[in-house]
Design a binder for this molecule. Structure first.
Ligand SMILES: Nc1nc2c(c(=O)[nH]1)N[C@H]1C(S)=C(S)[C@@H](COP(=O)(O)O)O[C@H]1N2
Ligand SMILES: [Mo]
Length: 209
């Protein structure tokens, strides 16, 4: 288990994920990796970063599509957070930079009826979660990791990062967020993975599937 970050490790104003401050940072059934494995359901899709867009749809008062240029101009955030894959590796102390999910939704006004999101990535891959988790203070659309532009294999140009849930909720090559009243299982959730996926409660699988 890693120690909490030393002062000075991260720039001022960085959002430090609550889990980073735990005495034991490794959730049950996980082990630490110092490498950063690449994990996804297929090959990285071809993406022209200049044409990348993020659509915000569903239960919003003003649906909007952010272009890459609009994304690049939005106020930025920095997050220090751990990353837990359901296949049992955990990578501690990731330094992410990008746009907070709370900042992104300012472009659309989410309806009070919305309680869940379905996040859409390239090639039809999806993942779902409660709106409250999506809007956590440390959740962001990341375009940089550990001081470097986010590589294509790790989801570049832009991926979602929701540090307090298992990493499959952190959609690589994200393209749209759909705001929903009722939960709708995504790609791996349809196959039996958990609708929420809290690593500290080992919410790996759904009980009803
Ligand atoms: N679009 C997309 N995003 C995805 C996945 C995927 O298959 N497709 N896999 C998820 C899983 S299971 C994990 S553990 C993380 C892995 O991110 P990494 O490859 O950057 O380590 O991405 C998540 N995001
Ligand atoms: Mo994963």
């Amino acid at each position: 288990p890693g120690a909490p970050p030393a002062k000075g490790d991260v720039p001022p104003g960085t959002v430090v994920s609550g889990d980073v401050l735990r005495a034991n940072r490794i959730p049950p059934g996980q082990s630490r990796t110092r490498k950063w494995p690449v994990l996804d359901a297929g090959q990285p899709p071809p993406i022209d970063a200049g044409r990348w867009e993020l659509a915000l749809t569903g239960l919003v008062l003003h649906p909007a599509t952010l272009t890459f240029a609009e994304f690049a101009r939005a106020p930025r955030t920095r997050v220090l957070a751990d990353f837990h894959c359901v296949t049992r590796w955990s990578r501690l102390g990731n330094f992410w930079e990008g746009i907070a999910t709370r900042e992104i939704i300012r472009h659309v006004a989410v309806s009070p009826r919305a309680q869940f999101v379905l996040v859409h990535a390239e090639l039809g891959w999806t993942t779902n979660m409660p709106l409250q988790d999506f809007l956590a203070e440390d959740a962001l659309f990341a375009d940089r990791h550990d001081g470097e532009p986010l590589s294509h294999e790790h989801g570049g140009p832009v991926r979602l990062v929701v540090p307090h849930l298992y990493a499959w909720k952190s959609a690589k090559w994200v393209r749209a967020v759909e705001f929903l009243e009722h939960d709708r299982p995504g790609y791996w959730e349809q196959g039996g993975y958990h609708l929420r996926g809290d690593p500290w409660r080992e919410q790996r699988h759904r009980e009803d599937v």
